[in-house]
Ligand binder design. Structure first.
Ligand code: WT7
Length: 670
């Protein structure tokens, strides 16, 4: 705990940062929330009288086919949470149709493909037609309400169109990030029992071609549930394999469809999508989000956190393969009828000016990205920024990992020119939308703090040792939430018990986030990284346990332990420690040893995806263990972080003699 006290103390020193005048001057119209006092009033009502608060907002922000009979029910104790009971609506109608009817020619999607010169935009009317055609194809293949459909596509408008088409017919989308391997895709398709997969022939990223369809074919080998694959021609390479009767090209299949088909009404509590995410143990979980509550909080958080107005242009640089892309590239902006930029490439392609050319070309008003991208630009691409006029920006968002105060300052100055509001938004796949976050222009923030809870979120800091909630300010511990909120995940697909065990059991009556946090003097929240074996690499959540499972399966590996260490560029990086089986590899022969390590990395890339590759593999003769045989990861963490002198209590360790050898193995590595 001594460390934690230092952290709260440091946080207390941070100054309040107020929204710059320029932010207010450049708003298209008045703020939706006038000031801090109004936030406090609204917040209090959201906690004390959620029925009135959310009942009114749900009617104001969403179109309901049938009104709801009751705003909320269920409890964290029972894990039976439901919102907007008996209400019926369609997510696609709310994101597309109603805007196409009111403003058919308003831009909905802006496509920035890998090849910069091929950018284009489409209107709400065009989006409606494209979505209807894909929805018609799915219906013709027998996809019905409640069926799951996988989407394995790069960050193209077609990914958004596919998701909306699935939602339109009441089916459930399960987007699998297109950087996942064939094996990971298979696990997810099988777990969700997907009937159809929507993908493309090949993908383009950073000038490279990725053989997406081939990966899909490999992943679906032997998978019975999938009857059809819809293949968007991204490159049009005629050599791509198509299985007759199963695989159909998007343009050909859509050509036979009508440009309008009606939406299928769904119950507010029907699932809208599954999104698989890693936890500390076991297989990835299919987190279940439901239509009504998820959509409402997507709209509300996009509106209030970003101060998003209909004429704005929102640029979320994240991928639809992750929750950020779901909520803030698609459902949030589109539910509000606002244009959203769909960016397929990388911040470095064709050069480090790419983000800023996009901002200046489309006059983006909002930019939302993970700190890892900013660290990269700060390190190698800073000279590009001032070449472009990015003065259209009004709000800059940060997401996915803690943003260090100095990076916050850099973001504010270099990108925002001290003219923007910075919102460091803390949330998770499971929360569906922001949990703790500044509201642009509403209350002051602090560099590096997620600041105050969003509406409906009652945060609690819990002492992990006693399980007791710590009251008052100036406390640190693990972060939980003691209220329910509309967009919280309702379940883990096909495994409700796992939902309860993971999120609701650790502290009875609370939703457990898995993160460490502090609440400072002013009641502001500071997120301090994960409290479990999840590492956050470039804003991607990885389970060290999952990587260990892959490495353990390698013939030469006897035992292994993966840990996260701080990394200047990627936030955290994975380091794998392993001991080898006798004769597995002659590590004194550098060439042989390099080849061996490479084969291990290839295993991880092949079974999970390239982004999960360990940064270093360190071979030791023994891993530190307790007397009962448990690997002591905290010891490895300290050694790998160069903090061996703070290793702490080793009285439970059975084999302390291995420590000097691990230290020297680490020294040799770096
Ligand atoms: C985990 C959730 C949230 C969308 C992208 C990641 C970490 C997220 C912040 C932030 C500090 C953050 C937490 C959280 N995290 N945002 N602003 N400050 N940490 O979603 O993959 O579900 O990961 O990301 O550790 O639990 P995810």
């Amino acid at each position: 705990m001594s460390n934690n006290h230092v952290e709260v103390h440091e946080a207390n020193g941070a100054a309040f940062r107020y929204a710059p005048d320029h932010f207010f001057k450049s708003q298209p119209s008045a703020s939706y929330i006038a000031n801090e006092e109004q936030y406090r009033q609204m917040y209090d009502q959201s906690i004390n009288d959620p029925e009135t608060f959310y009942g009114n907002l749900a009617k104001e922000y969403l179109h309901w086919d049938k009104p709801f009979a009751k705003v909320k029910s269920g409890s964290l104790e029972k894990g039976d949470i439901a919102w907007f009971l008996q209400g019926e609506l369609n997510a696609c109608y709310n994101c597309v149709d109603r805007h196409a009817f009111a403003n058919p020619n308003k831009v909905a999607l802006i496509s920035e493909p890998d090849e910069e010169s091929e950018a284009y935009s489409i209107t709400f009317q065009e989006l409606l037609e494209k979505v209807c055609k894909v929805a018609g194809v799915l219906q013709s293949w027998g996809v019905k309400k409640g069926d799951t459909v996988a989407v394995y596509l790069p960050m193209t408008p077609e990914a958004v169109i596919a998701m909306l088409a699935i939602a339109r017919i009441g089916a459930v989308h399960s987007v699998v990030f297109a950087g996942f391997s064939a094996g990971s895709l298979k696990d997810r398709v099988v777990d969700a029992g997907c009937k159809v997969v929507i993908t493309c022939d090949e993908a383009k990223r950073g000038g490279k071609t990725i053989n997406t369809k081939k990966i899909v074919d490999e992943g679906l080998n032997g998978v019975q549930s999938v009857s059809h694959i819809l293949v968007f021609k991204r490159t049009g390479n005629p050599a791509v394999n198509m299985t007759p009767g199963r695989d159909f090209y998007w343009d050909e299949a859509c050509a036979h469809q009508r440009s309008y088909i009606p939406c299928v009404s769904t119950n507010a509590e029907d699932p809208l999508f599954l999104l698989y995410t890693s936890g500390s143990t076991g297989q990835p979980k299919g987190v279940v989000h439901t239509v009504g509550g998820y959509l409402l909080n997507s709209a509300l958080s996009t509106r209030f956190v970003f101060d998003l107005h209909p004429e704005d242009v929102f640029f979320t640089a994240g991928d639809v393969g992750w929750i950020t892309g779901h909520t803030y590239a698609l459902y949030g902006p589109l539910s509000l009828g606002t244009a959203t930029i769909i960016f397929e490439s990388t911040p470095a392609y064709p050069d480090y000016g790419r983000y800023w050319r996009i901002v200046s070309k489309w006059k983006a008003t909002h930019f939302y990205v993970a700190p890892t991208a900013m660290r990269l630009i700060k390190k190698v691409g800073e000279q590009e920024i001032d070449k472009y006029d990015i003065s259209s920006l009004r709000v800059l968002g940060s997401v996915g990992e803690p943003i260090q105060p100095d990076l916050w300052e850099w973001y504010n100055e270099k990108i925002g020119h001290n003219n923007c509001c910075i919102v460091d938004t803390y949330w998770q796949t499971e929360s569906g939308a922001h949990l703790i976050t500044p509201l642009a222009g509403v209350f002051p923030t602090k560099a590096g703090a997620a600041s105050l809870p969003f509406f409906g979120i009652a945060p609690a800091i819990i002492d992990p040792n006693t399980g007791k909630e710590l009251e008052g300010n100036d406390v640190s511990g693990v972060l939980a939430v003691k209220s329910t909120w509309p967009s919280m995940a309702r379940s883990v697909f096909n495994d409700h018990q796992r939902y309860i065990d993971t999120y609701l059991k650790p502290f009875a009556g609370y939703y457990f986030t898995g993160d460490n946090a502090a609440r400072d003097n002013d009641g502001y929240y500071w997120i301090r990284g994960r409290a479990d074996d999840v590492v956050n690499v470039s804003g991607h959540r990885l389970s060290t346990n999952e990587i260990e499972t892959v490495l353990d399966e390698h013939d030469g590996v006897s035992e292994c332990a993966c840990i996260g260490v701080n990394d200047d560029l990627t936030g955290q990086a994975v380091i794998a420690f392993l001991s080898l089986k006798e004769g597995a590899c002659d590590i004194s022969d550098e060439h042989v040893f390099m080849g061996f390590k490479k084969s291990l990395v290839m295993e991880v890339r092949g079974s999970i995806g390239p982004f999960a590759s360990p940064k270093a593999i360190i071979v030791v003769d023994d891993l530190p263990k307790t007397r009962s045989g448990k690997i002591m990861r905290r010891v490895l963490r300290k050694i790998a972080s160069n903090e061996a002198e703070q290793i702490g209590d080793l009285s439970t360790m059975a084999n302390a003699e291995c420590i000097p050898r691990i230290l020297s193995a680490v020294d040799n590595q770096f």
